[in-house]
Design a protein around this ligand. Structure first.
Ligand code: PMP
Length: 442
């Protein structure tokens, strides 16, 4: 290096190296900085509580929480202990273990719509299998999903809406046959009429309606009052199953699923037939789970004709860490604490934006929220898309520079964890204020 060359960060050097060996330099595209102007993503080295440190030794307050799972904060002692137990007792047997039963019991106790569950290794797998099971149970092929909801990377759910409000899907990724995409109908979220129209048109072929009951993938978006009730009623009247993708929402807002969260009054009216879980329930280890009513779950092998299996499924490390995570989340006051901090932070950001004359919509549910650079409400994907991407990118980079880590996408949420403290919120608000002051119009 010559004297005038600016020194490159370790992250930049690692990224250059990673690009040679890992496709795109990242093991999940959401980790790349493509949506925020490109360049090297930050390579993290270690985490503790609400913080992680990059390879250059810079500390960040973490609101990414690994896209949701790290709700206890990093390196939580309960998880460290569970992992040590798994490491000492053997990490994989390929046989059933008692931990799987204990975990299944715990999930069932927290989410009453689960008569039976099955553990898998990711949210993608969990969702993918709920679709197979719904198709097996109903003998129908099509599914209805909602624009902007993300359900992992299996073929059927990587399908976008066609050009109309209720049309057969088009593949959202290369490698998905059009014939498969035609088994998927995409309609706008929070729009009962669009769903009704789709059911009227394709109803006899629809195996299931798949939804994030509270959206976490185009910001945090709550269903309008009565929407889930209507959705469940219309779907069941049509002889189709309701599938909730609770991969983000499971244990995020309270000890249980969105389906039994206090935001909703009539839980019986919004209970799904099948639920997919992941993220938080693994305490930071790979996991997914799906479950539902007995007569539907009986479709699954070895009881029934719908096949699903997994070498790593229900592995002791994921079970023990998941159990430990849920035990921490069951302690009194845990969710209230996260919500209190989320209110303080999201209200603070709103106020700072208003003071600086920067249009911003903040959607908060419990201890999670999203910030949208726009002057209109965000209740569906179209509205979430109609926000200022450049402003978000500048905001993201300004925050990162000041040691605050958000997800590098305008569609992702801020997640509070058990490890965040008032001082972190204050530090974050100072960083926000600095950015808004510098660029009244970012
Ligand atoms: N469903 C939802 C709602 C998700 O947000 C995600 C991941 N962000 C998935 C499914 C897929 O989970 P995984 O990445 O564990 O496969």
């Amino acid at each position: 290096m010559t004297a005038n060359q600016p020194s490159r960060s370790k992250s930049e050097q690692l990224y250059e190296e990673a690009l040679k060996h890992i496709v795109g330099g990242v093991n999940s595209p959401s980790r790349s900085f493509k949506a925020v102007g490109g360049g090297a993503p930050v390579f993290m080295k270690r985490g503790q509580g609400a913080y992680f440190w990059d390879e250059d030794g810079n500390r960040y307050i973490d609101y990414l929480a690994a896209y949701g799972p790290i709700i206890l904060g990093h390196a939580h002692p309960a998880i460290a202990e569970a992992l040590a137990t798994a490491a000492a007792s053997g990490t994989l047997f390929g046989t059933p273990t008692e931990w799987e039963i204990a975990f299944a019991r715990k999930l069932k106790a927290a989410i009453p719509s689960l008569d039976k569950v099955r553990f898998v290794n990711s949210g993608t797998e969990a969702v993918m299998t709920t679709i197979r099971v719904a198709r097996a149970y109903t003998g129908r092929a099509k599914i209805i999903k909602f624009a902007g909801c993300y359900h992992g990377h299996s073929d059927l759910v990587l399908v976008a809406a066609g050009s109309g409000p209720s049309t057969l899907g088009i593949p959202d990724s290369a490698g998905i046959p059009v014939s498969l995409a035609h088994e998927v109908i995409t309609v706008p979220y929070n729009d009962s009429e669009a769903l009704q129209a789709a059911l009227e048109r394709w109803g006899d072929d629809v195996a299931a309606v798949m939804i994030e009951p509270i959206v976490g993938n185009f910001g945090m978006v709550a269903p309008k009052p009565g929407y889930l009730e209507q959705l469940c009623r219309m779907t069941r009247d049509n002889g189709s199953l309701v599938i909730y993708d609770e991969v983000i929402t499971g244990f995020r807002f309270h000890y249980g699923g969105a389906q039994n969260y206090s935001l909703f009054e009539d839980h019986a009216a919004i209970e799904p037939d099948l639920t997919a879980l992941g993220k938080i329930i693994g305490g930071g280890l790979p996991i997914g789970a799906y479950g539902g009513r007995d007569e539907i779950m009986e479709q699954v092998a070895p009881l029934g004709p719908a096949y699903q299996a997994g070498t790593m499924a229900g592995n002791p490390a994921s079970m023990l860490c998941g159990l430990a995570c849920l035990d921490e989340l069951a302690k009194p006051g845990v969710y209230e604490g996260m919500e209190r901090l989320a209110i303080k932070l999201s209200d603070g950001i709103s106020d700072l934006a208003a003071a600086a004359g920067i249009p911003m919509t903040v959607n908060r549910i419990g201890g999670a929220f999203s910030t949208h650079f726009c002057d209109h409400p965000v209740t569906n994907y179209e509205e979430a898309q109609d926000t200022d991407s450049e402003q978000f990118a500048a905001f993201f980079r300004g925050m990162l520079k000041q040691g605050i880590c958000l997800a590098p996408s305008k569609y992702e949420a801020w997640f509070l964890t058990l490890a965040h403290r008032e001082a972190d919120i204050e530090e974050t608000l100072i960083a926000v204020k600095n950015i808004f002051n510098m660029h009244t119009k970012l």
